[in-house]
Ligand binder design. Structure first.
Ligand code: AMP
Length: 117
């Protein structure tokens, strides 16, 4: 998958169902939803993954998390609950290397990880 796919989404070059945007972040529906609500939140400025964002710009990470909350509010799942996931590198299955939070909810979510526990 292209390195700069989400930059192209943010620029409007790739169509997306936009849920929310502000000065620093951009949120749009995942093209392959894994729950009734599945929205991706990306910082406009590209960092490769969560580790680089946390080290490089903690305020921007905070903005991403605040937007995840705002998305949950807009989607009506603030009270029912939701999961925020940052897949980071190979074992987590990260495929787009522009850091993004998955916001999932709208129904009870299954276990996560490799084992049912
Ligand atoms: P990850 O595996 O954590 O890197 O997540 C990448 C996510 O981007 C996957 O859930 C894909 O379904 C999603 N995705 C890929 N291309 C698009 C697109 N053009 N619009 C919306 N979501 C996309």
């Amino acid at each position: 998958m292209s390195e700069d796919l989400f930059e192209r989404v943010i620029r409007g070059e790739v169509p997306a169902d936009v849920v929310f945007q502000d000065e620093t972040t951009f949120a749009f529906r995942d093209i392959r939803p894994q729950a009734r609500v599945h929205v991706l939140v990306v910082p406009r400025q590209r960092y490769r993954n969560l580790a680089e964002l946390a080290a490089g710009d903690p305020q921007l990470l905070s903005d991403v998390v605040a937007t995840a909350r705002r998305v949950a509010e807009l989607e009506g799942i603030l009270e029912s609950g939701y999961r925020v996931v940052f897949n980071t590198d190979a074992d987590a299955g990260q495929t787009v290397f522009h850091v993004h939070a998955h916001v999932l909810g709208g129904e009870p979510l299954g276990f996560f990880g490799a084992h049912e526990g």
